[in-house]
Design a protein around this ligand. Sequence first.
Ligand code: ADP
Length: 393
Amino acid sequence: MWEENQENQNNINEEKSNKYLKNLLDELEKTKKEIEEERDRTNAIISNLVDGILFFDEKKNISLVNPKAEEILEIKAEDVLNKNILELTKFPIFLPLIDVLGAEIRTLFRKEIKLKENLIFEISSVPLSINQKRIGNLAVLHDITREKLIEKLKNEFVSLSAHQLRTPLSAIKWIIESLLNEEAGKITEEQKELLIKAKISNNRMIKLIDDLLDVTKIEEGRYIGEMTLTNLEPIVESSIDTYKEEIKRKKIRLEVKGLSDNLPKVMADVEKIKIAFQNIFDNAVKYTKEGGKIFVSLNYDEKNKEILIQVKDTGIGIPKNQQERIFTKFFRGSNATPIDTEGSGLGLFLTKNIIEAHYGKIWFESEENKGTTFYFTLPVKESYAEYITKEFY
Ligand code: ADP
């Protein structure tokens, strides 16, 4: 009887254990299915992405290429999988990619690259980690060929219209000057005053059109011209000189430091650096009220091997909530428009582009009704050469 009971108990236990195992297996099967479904879903997303994806593992070997990347780079995944980034140089289309990523695979955000004629992409590259352990880098290629084409057409339109406007304005300028010089006969004081007003407006229009033409050149990447080894002091001095009359009229106290310090030379497109400094100085003069003060200084920063230029004014300042838009195209501060109704809001956009094209930096500090200080740096010859080398690799 005891044995019979024992056997019954064993049977029950076995049944229980079988049931438990079966449940476990079912559970495992279900989890496996879910993982497979999740993997298939992720694969389907990666395979159907409109952007190309390349994944480089920790050893910088390619471990994933999605179909869009195969299409963009005209390669077959099996030909490149498990190859190191440096081995990819034998595929010419990879060269611009390797150029920006570097052997170490840099982190990049929307860097523009031209893979072929009429094939322009933005590449972003981010390091990926799981549980804080670095597993590699993901590079994403996004086609911007169409946007670039539209931008090019828009630029061509602006450039063509600006050129068409520039010609008659130059003719008007010449006519006004002839009239003012009394080449067409004597003029009265009243006529002279009117002609001077016409000349100022015409010059403003010419400046606006020249700025617009410069913006189109920046956007087409053909703005900066020949770079020469040059001193900044004469550029700053001659720019300030053109404002002598206006500074006197507004009774502004001007202090300039560093003009005779024999600072190291910089590599610069002289004409463009002059435009950059002039835009900053022009704003300081324009937005400083009568009796205010402007301080300009040039310093050599030995540690960073760069020249630091500072333009400080005691003017109207830039409202806090508008400061982040200051370098964007056509931006004008709400407190600036009543002072200068005809500003274009292009000056600082051009200036930032010029300084950055010289590998310099530009920033500012400002407080409304107290004043503004603009700073910009330009690398001296040796550090400029380092930037060029870095960019090349
Ligand atoms: P513009 O001076 O023709 O308006 P900018 O691009 O040179 O165009 O400047 C953009 C805006 O930045 C100005 O409209 C003004 O609001 C602000 N700004 C620039 N410099 C100064 C300054 N020194 N003091 C106060 N505001 C300034």
